[in-house]
Every structure is written in structure tokens, then in C-alpha cells.
Write a new protein. Sequence first.
Length: 721
Amino acid sequence: MEEIKLQARFLLMIYHNSTNGYGVARFISYDKEEKEFTATGIFAELEEERVYNLIGHYQEHYRYGMQFQVSAYELMRPNDVASLVRYFSSAMFPGIGKKLASQLVEVLGEQAIERILDDASCLEAISGLSEKKRAVVLEGVKQFQDLDDSVVFFTKHGLSLQMIAKIQSAYGDEAVLKVRENPYRLVSEVDGIGFQTADKLAQAIHYESDHSNRRKAAVLASVMSCCMACGDTFVSKERLANETRRLIREEIDELDPLLEELAMERSIILEEDRIYHHTQYDAETGIAAFLTQFPYVETDHMPDDLSAEINEIEDSFHIIYEDKQKQAILTFFQEPFAIISGGPGTGKTTIVKGILALAEKLCPLSKITLCAPTGRAAKRMAQLSDRDAMTIHSLLKWDLESNQFVKGFDDPLDCDILIVDEFSMVDAWLFYCLLRACKPVSKILLIGDKDQLPSVAPGCVLQDLIESKCFPVICLNKIFRQSEGSDVVTLAHEINEGSYQILQNAKDAAFFPCPSYEICARVTQIVEGAYEKGYENQDIQVLAPMYQGVAGIDALNRSLQELMNPPHAKKRELRVGYRIFREGDKIMQLKNQPEEDVYNGDIGKIIEIIYANEDLSKQNRIIAAYDDIIVEYMQEAFHHITHAYCISIHKAQGSEYPIVIMPMVNDYRHMLQRRLLYTGVSRAKKSLVLLGQQEALHRAVYVQELPRRSTLKARILTTFL
């Protein structure tokens, strides 16, 4: 549809959604007809009586009639005699009446604003304009230039509404001014805006390409990108130089002066031959310092002998705790800070149930809080413990726009006992933020599997805490689920030891040879076989290490969608890029949306699709259900979801599924290593199907990833000794 451009004066806003920016406004055309009309679109706060250039097209709404749908807009600079006279005699120019304004326009012409901005001395040619009034005119014109609305300004230069919201949250009314002064400040001051976005913006506003701010921002961005790429909490100078060179595509003669400047600003921390992003340094030093002083409040007195109490719990649950499990329960009550680590089937859940039951009896006034790093891990924890559990982000009241936690030193948690599950997924910065809010807490228990994949973000916190030997750690190694006949659990532990012998004779775990180009077809056959055995869609989860390729997550999702949720005349569908979303689709949330109470990794289902021609905002919408939470996605948020018939092994952490199907092919070669395979296998609760190439499986079992570099362990040892 061909877009047209209108000049119109803003009258009033009929409706405005502050969350997504959608608005319905009344304008009057800026021409002889002065025709009033309704416009819809994404708007910032428009100024009454100001004239705007609107770009878009007319569209008939089935209920509200003809509307102008705005795709872009900008504040219009007056460019004719009548509007210039109105402009210069407006309230923006106190003391300049219609007579002086007319004289000014007569002398300077229709380019009056440009001429004043280029050379303010042109105002001296207007008789009647005193020096004071000339200053008023110049100030008003400059103010008009600076008043270019931030949404308009940033949209014009390619920034998304979400990015603009973050910039406005950081800088308020001075957003445009601050970014014009130094667009590269966005890299360090606004979360989620990287160097490339800032660099494009800088080029668009003709910022000096050789300015030191550009090189400093590139170095700072490279520090964090290096750490994110390998999981280390610091980077070497050599690697940093290479990454910075790659980022800005030019040589950097001297890195040291830039590092010194960034260190003076405390954007980075230099320590010996290590370069830290300030957040990673603060996380390591903060964790060590906090744990040295913990607990900050007195703990409740516990009985010297808890054996009788544990016996009562055993009778109540009709179980018998093994010695290590009893030790774990005793340690929790005897120590303020403790760690329980164990693989699948080692009884971690049974221990937690016993701890909670005893805590209710022995510490009836204590408030216990359960949390986990992901939404699915928290839900699973709640189901297994029969208690409320939440994500760490929810617990700390994370703010999406600022990427800050409300809870902290000044606003701590209201709890006495904190239990964190799936702790292997917690990175250094998140743990530091959690501890900052824990001063009133008297007991902390961390539960995790030290052999699983570490956190996506930098650090290896669980490993560092255990290896420091400064805290009570109970490592569970007896497999209880094995007694129930679970070959999957046995296989997971064998893989952890560098073997997979049980696959030869296993009943509920199998490996089928298959070339990569046949993976999609074979996986769908296995799913069909699972249907025949009584499994349903929600029981089956396909896992893969990477997205691209003939055996990647994207290809598998396309193939599985056709089987697990095929097209149907009664099912609406919507194409978004190369994906087709269909009512009934299994989907996964890719971004944290705390205002909707859905988080990265949550699995849901599309329950309704609404087409643009049925919608007041003229936008397609997708409605999804995450258990009892209903989330509505407008068009700009469609990239927050993806299909979840197949998901990455990383995304599956913290979850269990009755049946897991996992391809292992040489296409994944660079990602195949023991922790990845172990984590994927341990997601299967009853049955596991591996398929692919024997060489790839063998590689995954025997290749171990390089250890992450971190100085948390050393800092803990230094503070504790």
C-alpha cells in the first residue's frame, strides 16, 4: 500500500497505551480545508497545537470508519510565511508579538529558522529587536531544535520502541541532548544497547568517527563480549585487542591509554594481567565479602540431636534417608550457609521436602522463601515441594527497562530462610545481586548439580564455592532412581564418568544410527512411535545443541509442527519471518517480561490469533497461555517467542520430561562436549532416545569443555583465611 505524507496539527489524544506506545489521536489537516481526522499508530507524548508531518495511509475500520494509520511522524518545522509568523509570535518567544514576528519573517524570509541557526547575527538586521529580544529569539529557535521529540529522533535513526523506552528511562527529557553529545555513552549506560547500535546512530548524526569515545566504547563492549563468549569473568589484553580490532574494523595503535581512561571511570577494573568489566569485578568481590560476614543476624537455636526429628519425618513420608541425605538435613540446620550437589535420581527433592517439614516444626516463626533461576525450574520446585516458589528475578523485583533489581541493600528480602534450586545456572552477577538483598536472611541453602552446564552468563559460581572448601558441601552420589529401573539415570552418571556402556542393553534409553540429513524424518517417526505408546505432546521434548542446519532446532521445529500441530481449517495461523505460528502451537518465551510474569525459557501454548483487520490498532496479535497466565503479544513482540517442539539443551535446564529425543550429529561438532550431553540426558525422566552419528556421540562423551577462568575462588580463600 502506497504511503502518503500529511501535514497536520495535533488536537488531542483519545487513547494511549503507555506500555506499547499505541495511540488514537485527533488531528486537523494543515491546509486550507482544515479537515479534522483520526490517526492511529505508535506515538510518544504529542504537544497540542504543534504541527507534525505524518507518514502512513488511510484505512477503513469496520467499526470506527476511515482512519489514518501512521507508520512514522516528525515535528514539522514552520516553512511558510503564515506559520512562521504564528511560530515566532507564540509563547516560545516571550515579548515577540505578531508585529515583530511579521517584520522578522519579512526580512529573513521562509528560511528564517535555518538562517538564525547558521548565523545569529542576521537578527541585527531587524529593527525593533533589542539585544535582549534577539537573545529570546535565538534561545527559542535552539529550543525548538532540541525539542525534536526523542521517539521521533530515535525512530528516525532505526532504534526500536523498546530501546527508546530504555533510553528515556535512563535520561528522561535530556535523552536526545545527551545522545547527541556522545552516542557511545549508550553502550555503558543503557542496558541492551550494544556497540553496533550506538555506532550506527553515531554515523547517522555525523558524530566524529575518530573520536576517542568510539574506541573506548568498543573496548568496553569487547570486554563483556569476550567474557560472554567463553564464560570467563575477565579477559586478557591480547584477546581484548583482537576482539576490539574485529569490532571496529581498524587497528588500535595504543590500547593502554584507553584502558587507563576506562579504569579511571571505573568502567573496567585492571588487576595484574586481568581486565574485568566492573560488574564482574564487583560480583566476585561482593560475593566473597558478603559470605565472609554471613549471617548478619543471629540464627535460631537448633536442638543438638536432630535424629529423632528426622526419624519422625521418615515415618511421615514412608521413606528411609540414606546417611548422606541425613547429613544434608543436619547440615542445613547446623550451618547458616550450605550447598547440596547431586545428579539426577540422587534424592535432592526428598531432602528438600524433609528440610521444609522440619523447618516448619522447629522454626515455626521463620519465613521460608524458595526460588530458582528460571520460571520452569521455579514451577517444578513448587510442584515437588508443595510450596510457592518464584524466579530469582521475580524475588528481587527486576525492572525490565532499567535492568535493575528493586530489592537490594536498601530494600532487602523479607525472609529468614532462602533455598535456591538449580544453582548451577546462576551466574556471578545474579548471585551477587541476590546476596545484596539477603542481610535479614539467617540461612541460605544452595542446591544444584555441579556437573551440569554452567550459567550462560560469566562465572562458575557453584564450582568455585565448592572448590574453595570454605563452606559445608554435601555431594550426593547414590542413585535412588536406579532402583526403580531407570536406565536413563544410570546413563547420565556413566556419561559423567566418561562412559556409555549401558546403552548397549538399556530398556528405557536407546541410540539409533542416522545421518544428519535424515534427522528430521527420523525424529518425527520416533514421535509417532511415542504416540502409539501413549505419550502426548506435552510429554515429549526434542533437544538439540544448535539452531542452524538440516538437523538444527529451527529445521526440527518446522518438521515437528507439521506432525504435532498440523494445519487445520479451524486453526488460524500467522507468518512471522520464516516461521508460521498456529493456534495450538507449543511455544517458548525468549525474553524476560516481568510485567506479564513470564520469563526466558517458559513454555506455553498459542490459544488465539487475532488478525489486523479485526483489531482496533490494525495489528496482528498472538494470545498465549503459560499455565494460568495469559500473555498478549503485539506485532513488535513476536520475536519474543519461538516454537518449542525442539529447544536447546541450555533452555531445558531446570526441567524434566517423560521422554526426551536428542540428535547427536557431526554438524554440532564444535558444541559437543560431556557437560552438554550429560545435561540433556538428565532432562529425561522415563525414556531417552538418542539418534545420529556414533562419532558425534563418542565425541560428546569424551570431550570436556575448557574450564572457565574466574577469580571468585581465590577471593573467597583470601577473605576467609
